[in-house]
Design a protein around this ligand. Structure first.
Ligand SMILES: [Cu+2]
Length: 604
């Protein structure tokens, strides 16, 4: 470990100059604050409406743009320990019961509360996002996920897609994203259940899920995964952070910890004038799908359950575990004064060595851990900003509302900071193409209406409920070529198995390739190499290690090596071959729900 990155002392002259500069900024920001306050929409102007979806997008935008930013304090979610400690200091498994409740949630100081679905140990304690679970590496956590949700959903359900169809109630099932878990604790979309397990999906088998926490360390998150409901259940709030800690390993790293190590769960929402979460509930092709749309984008950026919050920070290093919990929005995050940050973890895995960045692109469901050194910030505050187009990469640029994420208010004086960023973490074993025992092609394809609106997105032209076609052998490595012939970037996620990105090959004549793929319902007959355009490129350096999600660029073949064992090549500590198997899918939730998701079953 090296102290190379640790903050030094600030020279006296520089200190005086910085303070004078801060004073000038304080005066200016006070004047701006007075001016802005006059322009803010007053709460009393909002009149509640009966129908949460009765207003149009334009009105929702006006409400959004009129909200003042950085007035709510960043909430730190309650934490739940996923392990117990014996009187001898030994770590023991723990049992948790976490419920899903409907409750009012205030996203912004000036908005009335919205009904949400929230995770918590009781209705009073339930939050959006839910409690942050802290698990111990190598120690099991058992969780009973209880559904206490009402008969009716807060959003309109589209029954024309492949969807759970209970006679009443809200179907839910929890998946721990990034987890190495037995199949019947993985949260299969077909293992859904309604309140008090009253009705259950065809693959439901148990109420208490086991999480083995076999990974050494990791930042993960849990969320709903119910068939055809995922986009709406997450939009309603069924999201929460989960981390695996390993004091033995992490104490060596010397990274910021305790209160200097926090989750930032980021998502986008729009609001009705009554404060309720707004979704345009009329589909793009209402004759075909009355409600379903391929993407949801909100204009207000929510962090840990509050709109554009602020966080007071000390002038020192902090670790942030950033989770993009949006339905479809990519975030390209940066600090607006140009100061960089250091990425240490991608998805749930430490990088081989830290990487200094001035911006980082995070697709829906991707997570990254970064260290921000606020002693490097010259001003009294700095804004975490976003400039990723939506949809990504060919959509609109974010405006004033959605280009702001949150504000850090930085204390004036430097403090003693013992935290370090080591020069390296554990080495990452590089998988090689030679060790792959099977090669698979996965084609991403979008069906459009005659007006050019998406009607359905598929992987290998197959629906979720079509017969399983992938049977990887446990303990082996496979080479998967993901061929994206759609105009969108799709965050591709595989349950259970971690992977490494080998290369990304640009394609030409994609229209022609697309015709061939449609004709043959696959690309095996299409001589894909004849469509290669230029030389392949590797993954970005901050995504060159282990991943569980990767951004599949449009008009590219992305080749990944998937390992069907733990990343230390050890067998799974459970039988991974059982029912109901696992899934791989796009993590844009409107795509996943219709129907960019496929099953796979491991064999021994
Ligand atoms: Cu997608």
């Amino acid at each position: 470990m090296s102290g190379k990155y640790c903050s030094g002392t600030m020279p006296v002259l520089q200190y005086i100059l910085v303070n004078l500069w801060l004073l000038a900024l304080m005066v200016t920001s006070f004047m701006l604050h007075v001016l802005c306050k006059q322009m803010t929409i007053e709460t009393s102007q909002f009149s509640p409406t009966a129908n949460t979806n009765s207003i149009d997008i334009k009105t929702s935008l006006q409400i959004t743009e009129g909200l003042q930013r950085f007035v709510d304090k960043l909430p730190l979610m309650p934490t739940l320990k996923g392990y117990a400690t014996s009187s001898y200091g030994k770590y023991l498994p723990a049992n948790l019961t976490i419920g899903m409740y409907m409750k009012p949630w205030k996203f912004h100081r000036d908005l009335p509360p919205s009904p949400v679905f929230a995770f918590g140990v009781s209705p009073e304690d339930a939050t959006v996002p839910g409690p942050s679970i802290v698990a111990m590496s190598g120690v099991e956590t058992y969780i009973l996920w209880e559904n206490h949700l009402p008969d009716k959903h807060i959003f309109v359900i589209d029954k024309t897609i492949d969807v759970a169809k209970p006679s009443r109630g809200v179907p839910t099932v929890v998946h721990l994203h990034g987890a190495v878990t037995e199949p019947n604790s993985d949260g299969s979309a077909l293992a859904w259940y309604t309140r008090d397990f009253h009705e259950k999906g065809e693959k439901w088998s148990k109420a208490v899920y086991i999480y083995h926490n076999v990974m050494t360390t990791g930042s993960m998150w849990y969320h709903d995964h119910a068939l055809g409901y995922t986009r709406l259940n997450l939009l309603a709030g069924l999201i929460g952070a989960y981390r695996i800690i390993n004091p033995e390993v992490e104490s060596r790293f010397g990274l910021p910890h305790y209160k200097f190590d926090q989750e930032l769960v980021i998502m986008d929402r729009s609001f009705n004038n009554n404060g309720h979460i707004y979704i345009n509930s009329t589909g793009d092709n209402p004759n075909l799908h009355p409600e379903w749309k391929p993407e949801y984008f909100g204009r207000v950026i929510i962090v840990n359950g509050k709109a554009w919050p602020y966080m007071k920070v000390q002038r020192r290093k902090y670790r942030f575990r950033i989770i993009n919990a949006s339905n479809a929005r990519f975030f390209r995050l940066a600090l607006n004064d140009g100061t960089g940050f250091t990425q240490i973890v991608s998805d749930s895995f430490y990088l081989a060595s830290p990487i200094y960045l001035t911006s980082a692109l995070l697709a829906p469901s991707e997570t990254m851990d970064v260290v921000i050194d606020f002693s490097k910030i010259r001003n009294q505050s700095v804004i975490l900003s976003n400039d990723a187009p939506y949809p990504f990469p060919n959509g609109d640029m974010p405006g004033v509302a959605d280009s702001n994420v949150m504000k850090f208010v930085v204390a004036r004086r430097n403090v003693y900071d013992s935290a370090c960023i080591p020069t390296q973490f554990e080495p990452v074993r590089k998988l090689s193409e030679e060790e792959a025992v099977t090669t698979r092609n996965i084609v991403m394809y979008e069906y459009d209406s005659w007006t050019g609106q998406p009607t359905k997105l598929l992987l290998n032209f197959a629906n979720f409920n079509d017969p399983v076609t992938e049977f990887p052998k446990q303990g082996t490595t496979e080479l998967w070529h993901i061929v994206n012939i759609t105009p969108d970037n799709h965050p591709f996620h595989i349950h259970l198995a971690a992977f490494q990105v080998l290369r990304q090959q640009k394609l030409k004549n994609v229209g022609e390739l697309s015709k061939c793929a449609v004709k043959h319902k696959g690309i095996e007959a299409c001589n894909i190499t004849s469509y290669s355009d230029g030389d392949p490129v590797g993954p970005p350096s901050n995504e060159a290690g282990w991943k569980n999600v990767f951004k599949m660029q449009p008009s590219y073949v992305t080749s990944i090596l998937v390992l069907f064992s733990t990343i230390h090549s050890k067998p799974f500590p459970f039988d991974p071959t059982g029912d109901p198997g696992y899934v791989y899918h796009c993590h844009i939730l409107g795509h996943e729900d219709n129907s960019m998701i496929r099953p796979f079953v491991l064999v021994s």
